[in-house]
Write a protein that binds this ligand. Structure first.
Ligand SMILES: C[S@@+](CC[C@H](N)C(=O)[O-])C[C@H]1O[C@@H](n2cnc3c(N)ncnc32)[C@H](O)[C@@H]1O
Length: 251
């Protein structure tokens, strides 16, 4: 795969951002369903699994809870949350990309937890869940893909019960730490090339590029407070390149 074609692919995604970026994001994730889990493991040296475990711990899920995993993809976070809800609880893994959900359902079936997890097509900007539906909303590496962040946060706040908790796991543009130049080099130079060997459509140029316009952790925490989620706090990892942001319904 030549660099030029990777760039072309990204340019197409970037260009139509002004049109309908959601369609591009949808298409992109539909194209990489089969490589997604493997490439996450490979490109993070397995660290993504650690982060997901930490995010589920931060959620403090009680038995009998209803948990929504928004932008669930192949269900990695939802399938971890299932272990905590018990037979009385339920996890809803939702995503607008049906092929990702097909794989999530298959994983649930293989792990024999399909009774405790339901995967459904939903757009995180307009959930069909009623107000005050869930004790916990989780979001893993998904918020970055939605341009309408405030709309998503408003929807998260709406479907949470009083004192419900939102946990958002994300990757951030590395700034101001000693690790920053190395992480930036890894994300922009190594990730697209290594991923390109397995997903030759150039989709993985999208990852580093999606970080550049994504707000910082502090800006995001401010946005949480604006929609009534607080007091927000963040656990940061790898010099601020990833973070788990948590907040509860305040009113
Ligand atoms: C990087 S993947 C993360 C998947 C999973 N949460 C994980 O931890 O691996 C981002 C997911 O967000 C989904 N997504 C992006 N925009 C969405 C939207 N507006 N509504 C629902 N899902 C969306 C994509 O389809 C994709 O599956």
């Amino acid at each position: 795969m030549k660099d030029g074609s990777l760039d072309d692919r990204w340019r197409r995604v970037a260009l139509s951002t002004s049109g309908n970026r959601s369609d591009d994001v949808h298409r992109l994730f539909s194209n990489i369903v089969n490589e997604y889990d493997f490439l996450n493991r490979l490109l993070t040296f397995g660290f993504d699994g650690y982060l997901r475990r930490q995010a589920v711990i931060a959620a403090g899920i009680q038995k009998g809870s209803i948990v929504v995993d928004a932008g669930t993809g192949t269900g990695e976070l939802a399938l971890r949350a299932v272990r905590h809800v018990g037979s009385e609880g339920m996890v809803y893994g939702v995503d607008f990309c049906a092929p990702m959900l097909d794989l999530a359902r298959e994983k649930a079936r293989q792990r024999r937890v399909e009774r405790q997890v339901h995967f459904a097509v939903e757009d995180v900007r307009t959930f069909s869940f009623p107000d005050g539906f869930a004790e916990r909303v989780l979001m893993g590496f998904a918020l970055r893909n939605v341009p309408e962040i405030e709309t998503v946060l408003g929807e998260v706040r709406r479907i949470l019960k009083p004192r419900g908790r939102f946990v958002c796991l994300e990757v951030f543009q590395p700034e101001g730490s000693l690790l920053s130049p190395f992480v930036r080099f890894y994300l922009h130079q190594i990730v697209p090339r290594v991923a390109g060997l397995f997903a030759p459509g150039g989709e993985y140029t999208y990852l580093p590029n999606s970080l550049t316009s994504f707000p910082s952790i502090n800006t995001l925490l401010g946005m949480f407070e604006k929609v009534g989620l607080g007091p927000p706090f963040a656990q940061v990892f790898l010099g601020g390149t990833s973070g788990i942001l948590c907040a509860e319904v305040t009113d």
